[in-house]
Write a protein that binds this ligand. Structure first.
Ligand SMILES: NC(=O)c1ccc[n+]([C@@H]2O[C@H](COP(=O)([O-])OP(=O)(O)OC[C@H]3O[C@@H](n4cnc5c(N)ncnc54)[C@H](O)[C@@H]3O)[C@@H](O)[C@H]2O)c1
Length: 439
């Protein structure tokens, strides 16, 4: 069996795509004694890895420096591996349809370098059917080999949560699937090398694909419900988090909070499912309604900043607003699909150009993707409004005196403090007279 050869280091394992998902997998397999070839199309990235730097902060520089993973941008090195794991991006196009270009590209590359007896496992989040109906034909065409005879396929969705130091690859139960019993066993046994929490053998590849895409859709819908509640309670003058704390004392009340849904998973994956449903003649109602609500929350937050400024009698045109945090989630440098940019754009419509500080974000990426330049936290002064936008650990110790340094030296009722994630003690700031607002 292939998994035995992998364990005995007689066969190598490859990673195709070394980003937030691929890198931790490559490092972990290597740590547990497996021979790993880490391939990425992006030669610059490979050079960064070879110089011992982890720009994602997922594994850390030291892990990259001490790993035995062979980092390469040379696709022919994939020929030396028999078990391939594909972890390339699965974004959506501007019209929210799936952009399968990276998955198709990876399948072409792998196909060109596939050897008889190999197993290819896709980890990228997709709608049910992509592995078998989209990837397999490409693999067959490029390799001239027959799936099921010359090579086998499987699917194992990734559940890691970048920035989360508790739920790691080895501690999260992993769903595995394979095209037949033998492949399933091989895939399961290979992942068991790195996943201490164990694996769940899904009934089929499509079941595994569907399981992943609904996990994130479920989160998206639940957060959308919270966001809708926040809008309703905002109109009623009731504090949403206080309501949730009260309701949360019931044993079966689900623990979700309102917030901005950005990134390339929760805000994207539901579109993969609705796209496939649409193709089959079903127009999603709940999933797309949730998407619409969540996609509009940046605008909603910006509108509330402006309303608070008006009530505080601050001239909107000349208002100085600082935003603390730009990434799509806390403690993660990733700024792709951040919803903070929606706040920035919406404020721009009112003539406000906010200053932004984020000690955790990837500065180069933010500049490249959005043309945004960060300022240092220390340089934030003279503001009319401060928006605490992301719950980075770096912001958790900010005290009232720290915020005061950021504001103009005016009465507190002219200071607008927007606490999107509800990190601060609302009562403290309200009692001190601030114009405090949160979702
Ligand atoms: N980041 C997450 O939180 C997360 C969690 C679970 C699942 N996922 C899913 O995992 C997949 C990968 O996500 P990610 O966050 O690691 O993306 P990423 O952008 O961080 O990394 C993907 C890597 O693939 C490389 N790549 C692109 N096309 C390639 C090709 N044809 N051949 C080889 N390499 C190629 C890119 O250069 C990049 O380094 C996506 O489908 C995503 O939905 C992501």
């Amino acid at each position: 069996m292939l998994f035995e050869q992998i364990k005995r280091r007689e066969a190598s394992l490859s990673l195709v795509g070394l980003g937030y998902v691929g890198m931790p997998i490559a490092i972990e397999f290597a740590k547990r004694g497996v021979k790993v070839i880490g391939f990425d199309l992006n030669a610059t990235k490979i050079e960064i890895y070879k110089s011992g730097i982890d720009p994602t902060h997922e594994v850390g520089d030291e892990a990259i420096q001490s790993t035995s993973v062979e980092f390469t941008a040379d696709e022919t090195r994939l020929r030396a591996a028999k078990f391939h794991i594909v972890a390339v991006p699965t974004p959506v196009n501007d019209d929210h349809t799936p952009d399968l270009t990276p998955v198709e590209g990876a399948s072409q590359i792998l196909g060109r370098n596939l050897t008889r007896g190999s197993i290819v496992v896709f980890e990228s989040t997709v709608y049910p059917g992509v592995t078998e109906d989209v990837c397999v034909p490409i693999l067959e065409k490029e390799s001239g080999l027959k799936c099921g005879v010359d090579f086998k396929i499987g699917y194992s969705p990734e559940r890691i949560n970048p920035g989360d130091k508790v739920h790691r690859l080895s501690t999260i139960t992993k769903i595995v699937s394979g095209m037949d019993e033998e492949t399933l066993e091989n895939v399961a046994k290979v992942y068991e090398i790195v996943v201490d929490a164990g694996v769940h053998r899904a009934e089929s590849i499509k079941v595994a694909e569907a399981a992943k895409v609904i996990e994130n859709s479920q989160r998206d819908i639940n957060i959308a419900f919270m966001n809708e509640l926040s809008i309703i309670f905002g109109k009623m003058g009731i504090d949403t988090l206080s309501v949730l704390r009260a309701a949360g004392t019931k044993w079966n009340f689900l623990n979700f909070r309102p917030g901005l849904v950005g990134g390339h998973c929760i805000g994207v994956d539901p579109y993969y499912l609705t796209y496939k449903a649409e193709e089959l003649g079903y127009h999603s109602q709940i999933i797309l309604a949730g998407r619409r609500i969540n996609d509009d929350m940046g605008k909603y937050v910006a509108e509330n900043i402006v309303k608070k400024l008006i009530v505080a009698d601050v001239s909107i045109k000349n208002a100085k607003v600082a935003i603390l945090g730009f990434t799509f989630k806390e403690n993660c440098p990733d700024t792709r699909n951040t919803k903070i940019i929606d706040i920035v754009k919406e404020l721009g419509e009112y003539g406000i150009v906010p200053v932004i500080a984020d000690p955790t974000a990837d500065r180069d990426e933010a500049k490249r993707l959005y043309g945004v330049e960060f300022v240092d936290m220390d340089s934030i002064t003279g503001c009319d409004a401060v928006v605490l936008a992301v719950a980075h650990d770096a912001f958790k110790d900010l005290a009232q005196a720290d915020f005061d340094k950021m504001f103009k030296p005016v009465e507190n009722d002219k200071k607008v403090l927007v606490d999107i994630k509800g990190l601060l003690d609302r009562k403290q700031y309200e009692a001190a007279g601030y114009r405090y607002w949160r979702l």
